[in-house]
Design a protein around this ligand. Sequence first.
Ligand SMILES: [Zn+2]
Ligand SMILES: [Zn+2]
Length: 321
Amino acid sequence: METETATRQICRGWAARDPSGFLSPYEFSRRAVGNDDVWIKITHCGVCYTDVAWSRNIHGHAKYPIVPGHEIVGIVKDVGQNIGCFKIGDYVGVGTFVNSCQDCESCNEGLEIQCSRGLVGTYNSIDIDGTITQGGYSSFIVVHQRYCHKIPDNYPLEKAAPLLCAGITVYAPMKRHKMNQPGKLLGVIGLGGLDHMAVKFGKAFGLKVTVLSTSISKKDEALNSLGADNFVVSSDEQQMKDIARSLDFIIDTAYGDHPFDPYLSLLKTAGVYVLVGASSEVKFSPISLLMVPPPPFITKGPKRIYDSELEESPEDGRAEE
Ligand SMILES: [Zn+2]
Ligand SMILES: [Zn+2]
């Protein structure tokens, strides 16, 4: 029993301690299981680029030591008194946030990601009790049931983990903007992580998927491993011209800076462009939303640009419930 008690109290993780981002073993404690909490033994955790960004303090707000990881899956080992929807042994997941005010208009509408009083990230955030949250590169986590998501029994947990951030980041806007109409044409910019999900969801929805990448070296992976229908080298003007005004949707997953106008020219009239990557700035000519440059301009608007919303709208139903 001593071993079990110790396991419950001392969380063993991997932490970055400075902007080198180097991860080393780190022991810390988590809060005791409250009435609304679920105690999860973590079995797997996805690796997200955000983990690298925070560990290396790229955004300048790192609170070291940082235990990264917000694609967490595991098995429920204990529950608080008020827990009705989870039981010991359940497969569950935790995504990019672990708390919010639970009382503002957004929270009451099930849009906690837009909490007006501030969302508490799964790591590197200050929780309501003043502690700094720590993520899933660790042995267990205690989380309020509201931010815990059921994973179907017998679903392979290692495959579920990437859905908790990368998956929902592309799935939510795809559902919201009706990118699930079989036969429509989807362009996916980039090929690293989010875009794997975008290609796979696109194919599952029956879309015809074109991967756009600056690197021809990604072609084999795009077509043969992920099952995309077409591959275009985006720096090749002729290849881009060949698919001008042909796409219904574009999901832009690129992390680096890139021009937007050439991609907007690929959209059909009223096409939808969803931005889920993290360019340092978004710069395009307003005319790209209305017409197809260069002269003679062809009217092809209005096109629409959105960001990722990380969460489905309530009318779509919650992603994990
Ligand atoms: Zn992430
Ligand atoms: Zn709120």
